[in-house]
Structure formats: structure tokens, C-alpha cells
Write a protein that binds this ligand. Structure first.
Ligand code: GTR
Length: 325
């Protein structure tokens, strides 16, 4: 015969304690526009694992990928308002919020991925992260985003003249708008999630992005020509909401900052592999890749530099970036 004893007061107390311990775990929410498996999404998940491990399970991170929480402009506002704890976004949509981010977003400011990495890993990167402080945000780390190039549904572009009059979607940032307009094309700022249908319906002729975005957002299905002009290397940025940050003890803040830093190497490893894989995928699908002489494009960016290097401090920042070896 089965026999159940009446629970003792001690057993009830232990049970309550266990429930208490389980609910003490705080799940921090992070947003990303990219789908699951994309290097930025995986890097933030990795940061979350480190945080969970190093806080003995008191904190964990849930990544809401695929723009589930909205487009980047909206999620930036949510992060500033403390509705969202973390956010991984391009620096582009931050250009209007944290003006110093305009400088690393300038066309052709970085010579190579290596130059970008060295700059963002060093004192210049630290200075730019610090600039987020006065905007209800805490800048934690920069991730890679490769080089952005133009793609379109109309024709192969092999010279600056070919860009004339073409309509390109850009990130909602004045730097991007001025870049495209100074190349003789027409810029249409638009949220990332709207680009596929705008390409499909011909509202725009093209857009610009790196290999993994061109592939994962499926833009290559509706824009079969890509030109390797590599006009920008706009770093991705990982931020935390200031109000979420302020709820952490100084020890936990240090854990979060270190975990974010530690996720950078992981991101780069995933990024390098994904760039190759994405390029192979789109080429296998019939995308035509063109080369272009970059010098006329670089020369056309002179007015853009004049406009954005508007103070001695910004001029100096650009010069320091260019001098980074
Ligand atoms: C990607 C970037 C995204 C998003 C997108 C865009 O390269 O990773 O965060 O900004 O570009 O063009 O909107």
C-alpha cells in the first residue's frame, strides 16, 4: 500500500526557498534585426552564456532576433527608455543619436577589416563607447560588419557614372543619404525590414550591405547585381540600457562588460566564416559580381567629409582613425 506522509513545515520551507531561488534569476532581453544563427545573434547568445556562468545563474540573456521587437530605430528608443536591456545594432541608425558614431560610418575611412578591428579595439573604440553614456545607454562592444557594397536589380555597375540617377535604399542616417547623393544616385532611407518588398516592387533600384545581410535577408533574390565598391565598414555596436545597467551591482556590471568584450573574438570567428559562406550562396544562386575602380568614388566623398568633420575634435578623431596602424 502506498503511503504519503504529511509534508513537514521544514519541507514546505525548503520548497519555498527553492522556488525563491529559481525566480531570483533575471532574464535580460536583447534585440537584433537579424535571424537566428546570424553572427551577431550568436555572439550575444554567447555573451549571455558567459553572464549566466559568471553570475552563477542569477542573470541570463534572451535574444529576440529577426526584428521581433521592431526595427532598429524603435529598438534604440526602447533601450534608451529601459524597456529593453541590451541591443545589437549597426552604428548607422545611431548616427543621429550619438553624433560621434558618424565618423567611423564615413565612406572609406577604414582601409581594411584589420584597420577597423584595430581602431575599434583600441583607445578610439573606448572613446566612442563612452559617448553612449550621455544618451541613457552604456556602450559595451563593437562587432564586425564587413564592407558594404551596392547591389541592384537593373544592371552591372562598373563605374561611378553607372550609379547616376539610381535609387538606393540606405539606413536612416544622414551620412548614408549624403554618401549616396554625392555619388550621383538617389538615397531612400528606409527600415531594413521593408527593403525586400521595395526591391521586389521596384520602389527602389537597389540597396547596399555586406555579404551576410545581402544573403540572409534574401535581397539577392530580387537584386541580382552586386558591385564590390566596399564604400563603408560600419561597425556593429552592442549597448545596454542605462537603467538596466544601474540595477546591477558594480561586480555584476564588471561581469557584463567583460562578457561583452569576450564575445567579440567569438563574433569575428563566426563573421569570417559567414562572409565566405554567404558570398558562395549568392553566387551559386546566379548573382553577378562586378569590380569597380574605387578612386572616383573616394574622390566624390570630399564634400561628405567636409560636412561631417565640422569641428576640430571630429577632424582630429578622423585623423586619428586614419593614422591607426
Ligand atoms: C546590416 C546590419 C543591421 C542593419 C542593416 C541595415 O549590415 O547588421 O544591423 O543595420 O545592415 O542595412 O539596416
Amino acid at each position: 500500500m502506498m503511503y504519503f506522509s504529511k509534508p513537514t513545515t521544514t519541507a514546505i520551507a525548503i520548497g519555498a526557498l527553492m522556488i525563491g531561488a529559481a525566480s531570483a534569476q533575471t532574464v535580460l532581453r536583447s534585440a537584433d534585426t537579424h535571424p537566428d544563427g546570424y553572427p551577431t545573434v550568436e555572439a550575444v547568445k554567447y555573451m549571455g552564456e558567459l553572464i549566466k556562468e559568471r553570475t552563477a545563474g542569477r542573470y541570463s540573456v534572451e535574444v529576440y532576433h529577426s526584428a521581433q521587437l521592431g526595427e532598429e530605430k524603435d529598438t534604440i528608443e526602447q533601450t534608451q527608455a529601459g524597456v529593453l536591456d541590451f541591443n545589437r545594432v549597426s552604428m548607422g541608425p545611431f548616427n543621429g543619436v550619438v553624433p560621434v558614431t558618424q565618423i567611423p560610418s564615413l565612406p572609406y575611412i577604414f582601409r581594411s577589416a584589420d584597420h577597423m578591428r584595430k581602431t575599434m579595439d583600441g583607445p578610439i573604440g573606448a572613446e566612442i563607447l563612452k559617448a553612449f553614456d550621455t544618451h541613457n545607454l552604456v556602450g559595451l562592444a563593437f562587432y564586425d560588419s564587413g564592407a558594404r557594397s551596392f547591389y541592384n536589380s537593373r544592371k552591372a555597375i562598373t563605374s561611378l557614372a553607372d550609379l547616376k540617377g539610381m535609387k538606393f535604399r540606405v539606413i536612416q542616417s544622414d551620412v548614408f543619404v549624403d554618401m549616396v547623393n554625392n555619388l550621383g544616385a538617389n538615397a531612400t532611407p528606409m527600415a531594413y525590414g521593408e527593403v525586400y518588398s521595395a526591391l521586389e516592387t521596384g520602389v527602389i533600384d537597389g540597396a547596399e550591405n555586406n555579404w551576410p545581410s545581402f544573403e540572409s535577408a534574401k535581397h539577392y533574390e530580387v537584386a541580382q547585381f552586386i558591385t564590390l565598391d566596399e564604400h563603408q565598414m560600419v561597425p556593429e555596436v552592442l549597448v545596454m540600457s542605462k537603467s538596466s545597467w544601474d540595477k546591477l551591482t558594480p561586480e555584476d556590471q564588471a561581469i557584463v562588460r567583460q562578457a561583452a568584450k569576450d564575445s567579440v573574438a567569438k563574433m569575428r570567428e563566426l563573421w569570417d566564416a559567414r562572409e565566405k559562406k554567404s558570398r558562395a550562396t549568392v553566387e551559386a544562386a546566379g548573382v553577378k559580381v562586378s569590380e569597380i575602380d574605387k578612386q572616383p568614388l573616394i574622390d566624390a566623398m570630399k564634400p561628405v567629409y567636409e560636412k561631417y568633420l565640422s569641428t576640430p575634435e571630429l577632424k582630429d578623431l578622423a585623423a586619428r582613425i586614419q593614422a591607426t596602424k
